[in-house]
Design a protein around this ligand. Structure first.
Ligand SMILES: [Zn+2]
Length: 292
């Protein structure tokens, strides 16, 4: 059997853009200032250009498992949501100035309605901050203090098969917290997580809590707070302590495509508001993947 030159190209998979959104980012009603509006619009574009949405766990596995995958053919994207406020899963019925705001979950579910043959149900991962104490503080310092950063919806969301729950650290080393799980109290950066004790406190402790609240139904995927990786985590902690942390892959916000060559502990994502701010901006990212 001889190989025609073009067959090489056909057998090589297309790079996969993984998109990241923040439910918190909703100061107004237009695309550029509301990630919910952006996601709803973006799903239409994704579908129009012939992409489908794969689960993040499937894209992650694609980076280390050499077995043939459905991701080897066609065009795929992944979807993720960082920080995990209630609005990932629950609609806002009457926001003071935005009115009714659809949760990311509702937007995904509505997008999947109808004939699923050319457009399977889109699925996404909500990367949540685990610590209940941290979330109680962040609810007051980052949003309006109405107790909207809860974990009561995690188990139900995980069961839907549409919005899975992932690990976004114990406390995000957030600057507005009195104390964080980092030995020198370095806040506002994840760069201080460069040793075993702090990595366990941020990653293992978070996974244990998240798995307990989802009856073991959470994804074993990690998203770096601030998108910030450390050499220690990528080269030592994640690859050498898999029994300990039980994570399968980790995601940054470096603004690149996931491929078979991606490092599973440093899979890049594109972030709404940073790497694109309009449907045209996203279209450039998608069309680039079609060309490569
Ligand atoms: Zn975050």
């Amino acid at each position: 059997m001889f190989a025609l030159p073009f067959m090489r190209r056909r057998s090589r998979h297309r790079p996969i853009p993984i998109l990241a959104y923040h439910a918190l980012h909703a100061p107004d009603k237009d695309y550029a200032s509301n990630d919910h509006v952006a996601l709803e619009e973006d799903l239409k574009l994704v579908r129009k250009l012939g992409f489908k949405v794969a689960r993040l766990a499937e894209i992650a596995e694609f980076t280390w498992n050499r077995a043939p995958s459905r991701l080897d053919s066609e065009q795929w994207i992944g979807l993720s949501f960082d920080d995990g406020t209630d609005f990932d899963y629950l609609d806002i019925e009457a926001h003071p100035y935005l009115g009714y705001v659809k949760s990311f979950y509702t937007i995904l579910k509505e997008s999947g309605k109808g004939d699923g043959r050319d457009w399977p149900q889109p699925k996404g991962t909500a990367f949540v901050i685990a610590s209940p104490e941290a979330r109680a503080v962040l609810d007051k310092t980052c949003i309006v203090g109405l107790n909207q950063w809860r974990d009561v919806w995690w188990a139900e969301a995980a069961q839907t098969g549409i919005l899975e729950i992932g690990n976004h650290s114990w406390d995000h080393t957030h600057p507005t917290l009195d104390t964080v799980a980092q030995r020198d109290q370095r806040k506002g950066t994840f760069k201080g997580i460069d040793n075993l004790a702090d990595a366990d406190a941020q990653i293992v402790q978070a996974d244990e809590y998240i798995q307990r609240l989802t009856n073991g139904g959470a994804a074993r995927l990690f998203a770096y707070p601030y998108g910030e990786t450390t050499d220690y985590l990528i080269e030592e902690y994640f690859p050498q302590h898999m029994q300990r942390h039980r994570m399968l892959a980790a995601f940054s916000t470096a603004g690149g495509y996931a491929t078979r060559e991606s490092n599973r502990w440093n899979i890049p994502r594109f972030m709404c508001g940073l790497h694109w701010r309009s449907p045209e901006g996203l279209e450039r990212i998608l069309r680039e993947a079609m060309r490569m």
